[in-house]
Ligand binder design. Structure first.
Ligand code: 13P
Length: 285
């Protein structure tokens, strides 16, 4: 669903979430008080081609996860590979699905329900990835239904949000993220927020090689955290993990992860190489 610029601006001006000075929201970030363990995740998208290649890639990635790795690791992989990758990764890496249908049963050809995913031990599901929003025309309402059903089926959901290049150039990153958060999380209770992580993925940075600078990403993450505090209170705002995604590479990960409100990464292209993703998993804190 496309939003008119006016409706976005109206929403931005009707909220107090973005009037806090950078200084005050930085102070209330309290990363020191809320130890958010880093969460490094990969999204394989429509890759690799075969089960054999998926096995080789999963083995390569799993070999990079050691007791010295600084955070938790998860891989979102195509459905046919979920159980195979789970078997390879054991408890080193959590395996998730790249989407699900909110419908639970019946005449929905091609559908994959949250209950099906939960029954094979899937722990996480992505919702609202920009490619699903644009290519598959998933609306905020559909994405919201996915979030609610994933949580209802005892899995965690990573809600992806982010602005287009045009929106970024009009200074609308914060308001767009606020709107997508409010619509995507409608009906998600404060208690359920322990099953939610947010991935900020500016559309202009996905697959383009144009990674957001750590400063740009931190600024938007701070605004997203302010919105979460506004919606759910200080403690939820402080404890919810917010990951950055968009052309993350071995070269950019350390600078991004150094920022106080960036709790992890959602990596596309670079998660298809054991060497690159291994370096990202073992970022230098
Ligand atoms: P890239 O890392 O390839 O830019 O993809 C990011 C992404 O969309 C992860 O979900």
């Amino acid at each position: 669903m496309k939003l008119s610029l006016l409706s976005v601006l109206a929403l931005a001006s009707s909220t107090s979430a973005f009037v806090a000075s950078p200084q005050s929201s930085r102070v209330s970030t309290s990363t020191q008080l809320y130890e958010r363990k880093p969460f490094i995740t990969g999204n394989w998208k429509l890759n690799p081609n075969t089960k054999g290649e998926a096995i080789a890639l999963a083995e390569d990635i799993a070999s990079s996860v050691t007791s010295d790795s600084p955070g938790d690791v998860a891989l979102f992989v195509p459905y046919p590979f979920i159980e195979t990758v789970q078997n390879i990764c054991g408890d080193k890496i959590t395996v998730g699905a790249e989407m699900c249908t909110p419908e639970m049963k019946g005449a929905f050809t091609g559908g994959i329900s949250p209950a099906m995913l939960a029954s094979i031990g899937c722990k996480w599901v992505l919702a609202g990835h920009s490619e699903r929003r644009t290519i598959n025309k998933e609306t905020d309402e559909y994405i919201n239904a996915q979030c609610l059903k994933v949580i209802e089926n005892d899995m965690s959901v990573m809600l992806c949000i982010g602005e287009t290049l045009g929106e970024y150039e009009q200074n609308l990153a914060g308001p767009i993220c606020e709107l997508q958060l409010k619509k995507g999380l409608a009906g998600v209770s404060k208690e359920d927020m322990s099953s939610v992580a947010i991935a900020y993925e500016p559309v202009w940075a996905i697959g383009t090689g144009k990674v957001a600078t750590p400063e740009i990403a931190q600024d938007v993450h701070e605004q997203i955290r302010a919105t979460l505090k506004n919606m759910y209170g200080e403690d939820i705002g402080d404890s919810t993990k917010i990951l950055y995604g968009g052309s993350v590479s071995p070269d950019s990960v350390d600078g991004l992860m150094a920022k106080p409100d960036i709790d992890g990464t959602l990596v596309g292209g670079a998660s298809l190489s054991g060497e690159s993703f291994g370096r990202i998993i073992n970022f230098q804190a």
